[in-house]
Design a protein around this ligand. Structure first.
Ligand code: C5P
Length: 228
């Protein structure tokens, strides 16, 4: 395939305290990783690179086998790094030669609907170099200093919250990763720092990132409410 999806699942999950690396924490009888992969395999056909903590390649492969179906030959599992950015780099290193378009997706956004993947892919097909799903910010945001005092008000109408999957022309992302001078919390920031325009498509509330214990509770409630 010309498309690849790198699923970054190598986070430790220290903020979640779930007793296992975050991707291997259960939502129902299935893990965060399993739910995330289900969304990836419902999306357009692609090479899939799953990036997990070193030592978890075996368990990850077991999860992959349960959901990949006839796409199993398109999947590889690799070990990630200590930062998200290094995990993305590990995923990029595993891409096949014919891939020209790459999506990078957080496994922690386990309930991302396939429609979001489709919107990102459609924007890339229309010629965008870089595209991210985003949602309007609902909270009123303040800029604060180290002591917590408000330094500035921020106009909420000018803000959007970035989600994943974030999509890129392969060479654009690879060059941005190679040129990176500092660690960035998402790939769009890297690509923007390298001077490329990044466009947005509509994200989805269901794509929230499972980061803290309340996020995990919310994801578990959503999964138990939805029909199988
Ligand atoms: O830590 P955070 O929740 O922001 O991580 C976002 C995504 O990046 C998660 O899916 C996590 O597994 C992944 N990650 C990674 N390697 C790291 C840190 C985070 O693959 N070293």
């Amino acid at each position: 395939p010309r498309l690849a999806v790198i699923v970054v699942a190598a986070g430790s999950g220290t903020r979640l305290n779930g007793g296992a690396p975050k991707a291997f924490v259960g939502l129902d009888e299935h893990t965060i990783l399993r739910h995330a992969l289900r969304g990836v395999f419902a999306a357009p056909r692609a090479q899939v690179v799953v990036v997990v903590p070193a030592g978890f390649e075996g368990p990850a492969l077991t999860e992959v086998r349960e959901v990949a179906g006839d796409r199993i030959d398109l999947v590889s599992v690799v070990a990630g790094g200590t930062t998200r950015q290094s995990s993305v780099a590990a995923g990029l290193a595993a891409l096949w030669a014919d891939v020209d378009t790459v999506l990078v997706h957080d496994a922690a956004r386990a309930l991302t609907p396939p429609s979001v993947f489709e919107r990102v892919v459609a924007a890339l097909e229309k010629g965008a170099d870089a595209v991210i799903p985003a949602v309007p910010v609902v909270d009123t945001i303040k800029k604060v200093n180290a002591t917590g005092a408000i330094v500035a008000a921020v106009d909420r109408s000018e803000l959007a919250a970035a989600q994943t999957p974030q999509g890129f022309r392969r060479h654009v992302l690879v060059e941005a990763v190679n040129a990176a001078d500092a660690d960035h919390t998402d790939d769009a920031a890297l690509v923007a720092a390298a001077g490329h325009p990044v466009i947005t498509v509509a994200g989805d509330a269901a794509s929230f990132k499972i980061t803290t214990a309340p996020d995990l509770d919310r994801a578990r409630a959503l999964v138990s409410d939805s029909p199988a």
